[in-house]
Design a binder for this molecule. Structure first.
Ligand code: SD4
Length: 344
């Protein structure tokens, strides 16, 4: 596993205790433990913006030892960041100009879960998803019903479309240009964690595909697709083109490969291979990425094309790493449908 640039390697709090020499030790430690965290809790999340989210999770965990609070706190940080155009307030709107958010949360013990799809005007869908899990007999609420529930629970209604996103949306409406898939216009935070006692939990939150059809819901709030947590085995989360994840129950598949004994990284990679085979298109055209964490604290990630950055934090360590990448060349097949053996 290759490590990304070390910019912003340490959080401010960590910086205070770690001088240059200590930071060098931590980097070396991270390299030698690239796939297994030497201490718990461990938080793993998607993209570079997962780093501050993991650190918020870590801070919250230190306060009260609640893994669920920690997962929620990390994701809330990303949702509140208006400069992030793919999650929460400041996210890119649907084609009709409304920001529609998707989120879910899952707690390992008892396989408890909550989810919201296409919710409007509520800044923290992850917290609404948690309220669905804890305060209703249901698992998923969508659209107007989800908003009505949130308002009933005391969440504030606010306009989530920032001036900049309104301007960009208007320009897009004029040009109707197809957007490239990438970190700028199509991302998601999936954040999974393991507590000191081995409890697993995770969450996922997104504004979905930029300028999507109004009402389109992606993989992120769908349990087993954008996120899955199995308290006996591990957790997985997804980011990328939801349509290419949700047809395959991608995160569930990653967890099932871990159950069969694959490492988190190999489980993510094998899921990508299988999806590519079934889909039939070249893997580079799928634009999907997975993160995974198992019960032993091992972690990993894999993405199509060049792969993607993902963030990992455990005690005394927080950084952005580069995932394993799977391109058509590395899979070694043209199109799909070749047996697994031929693809490795
Ligand atoms: C979706 N999977 O709505 C989300 C978006 C995403 O990187 O993850 N983009 O399809």
């Amino acid at each position: 596993m290759k490590h990304c640039s070390r910019r912003g390697f340490l959080s401010k709090g960590m910086m205070a205790v770690a001088g240059g020499a200590a930071s060098h030790t931590m980097k070396t430690q991270a390299q030698s433990h690239a796939h297994v965290a030497p201490a718990r809790p461990v938080f793993v999340s998607t993209w570079g913006f997962g780093k501050p989210a993991n650190e918020a999770s870590m801070r919250q965990y230190k306060k009260n030892g609640s893994l669920l609070d920690a997962v929620e706190a990390g994701i809330r940080l990303t949702e509140a960041d208006k400069s992030n155009a793919s999650v929460g307030a400041g996210g890119k709107p649907a084609a009709n100009g409304k920001v529609q958010l998707d989120a879910c949360i899952m707690f390992g013990p008892g396989s408890k879960a909550g989810s919201v799809g296409g919710i409007e005007d509520i800044a923290h869908p992850i917290s609404v998803a948690r309220a669905v899990m804890e305060k209703t007999p249901h698992v998923m609420l969508v659209g107007k019903g989800a908003k009505a529930f949130a308002l009933d629970q005391g969440f504030a209604s606010e306009n989530l479309l920032t001036a900049q996103q309104r301007q960009e949306w208007r320009a897009w409406k004029r040009s109707r240009k197809k957007l490239e898939v990438g970190e700028k216009n199509h991302d998601t935070i999936a954040l999974i964690g393991i507590a000191e006692d081995g409890t697993l939990a995770g969450g996922c939150s997104t504004s979905g595909l930029a300028y999507k059809m109004a009402g389109r819901v992606g993989d992120s709030p769908i349990l087993g697709s954008g996120l899955y947590v199995d308290n006996e085995i591990g957790a997985a989360g997804a980011t990328g083109v939801g349509e290419n994840v949700m047809r395959f129950c991608g995160s569930f598949m990653v967890v099932e490969y871990m159950r069969q004994g694959l490492s988190p990284e190999e489980a993510c990679a094998e899921t990508l291979r299988r999806i590519a085979r079934l889909d039939g298109r070249p893997v580079d055209e799928l634009h999907i990425n997975f993160i995974a964490l198992n019960k032993k604290g091992q972690f990993g990630a894999a993405g199509t094309g060049k792969g993607f950055p993902y963030a990992v934090a455990y005690p005394e360590f927080s950084d952005v790493l580069q995932s394993k990448s799977l391109s058509q060349k590395s899979i070694g097949i043209e199109g799909g449908n070749a047996p697994i053996e031929e693809q490795q």
